[in-house]
Design a protein around this ligand. Sequence first.
Ligand code: NAP
Length: 273
Amino acid sequence: MTILITGARGKVGQGVAGRLKSAGHPVRVASAEPSGDDVIELKLNRPETFDAALDGVDQVFLYPEPDGIDAFVKTAEAAGVSHIVLLSSSSVLGPNADNDPLASHSLAVERALTASNLTCTFLRPDAFASNALGWAYFIGQNMPIQLAYPDANIAPIHPDDIADIAAEALTGEALKGRSITLTGAHPLTFREQLAVISNVLDREIPVEKISHAEAERQMSRYMPAPAVSSLLALWAAASAEPAVIADTTETLLRKPARTFEQWARENAAAFSG
Ligand SMILES: NC(=O)c1ccc[n+]([C@@H]2O[C@H](COP(=O)([O-])OP(=O)(O)OC[C@H]3O[C@@H](n4cnc5c(N)ncnc54)[C@H](OP(=O)(O)O)[C@@H]3O)[C@@H](O)[C@H]2O)c1
């Protein structure tokens, strides 16, 4: 039976599709902006795109989009879908998740899926290693990286680790139906992540500590104010505590978690300006 993979342009969606295809599973790959003959159009906030995408589908790898999720669930149930693996977020476990703009969209989708007749697997990753691409422009231009919380402790997860775990959830029984918080295996502060990138590029990357207010001002240029406040509060809290290590490919698949250094080596070109 066919497995529908949403978010074909996403780092994790791409990885899941590649893994299932090379293992010979029948997949249908979907994107809001499809490119290439083998990708179909699916806009998760446009129910008129759901019937064709879900026809003949047994399982779905889903990105969280609350607008349209009720219609998506209804169409999936009617099409005979049995299992959905959701790319959720560890932020849904936060104390104020309902009002946290980083968490609320994933939480709304988790709730809609929980209320359905479908078997659901919730993958709740913490910060992706690929968030470091946010520094690429500055590093490429030899500019310092300005951070309010350079010593925030996190354990970034390689998007390919999430793809490995999602592929296992779609093809095996062990992870099916579980809610799993995911991290990388190694705690690293932002300063330490930048030192890894510096080492990979073999050049200095200066780090400048700036005030909370200055970071707020800078981030508000490209992010809504509530998301800025939420991220800065998260990093402030992460500066005061050790990083939490949750499940990894090691604990779930008996396969060493990819390191941040590996991610940095694979993506070194992105930092070269
Ligand atoms: N970055 C993190 O640290 C982190 C941590 C925990 C959870 N997450 C979750 O992971 C997801 C994407 O992560 P990312 O920021 O790193 O982006 P990304 O991998 O660049 O993925 C972006 C792509 O994912 C698909 N997508 C994402 N949200 C969608 C939505 N609401 N409706 C339809 N398609 C959607 C789209 O693919 P198409 O255009 O091909 O449809 C989009 O181009 C988000 O849902 C985010 O909450 C991220």
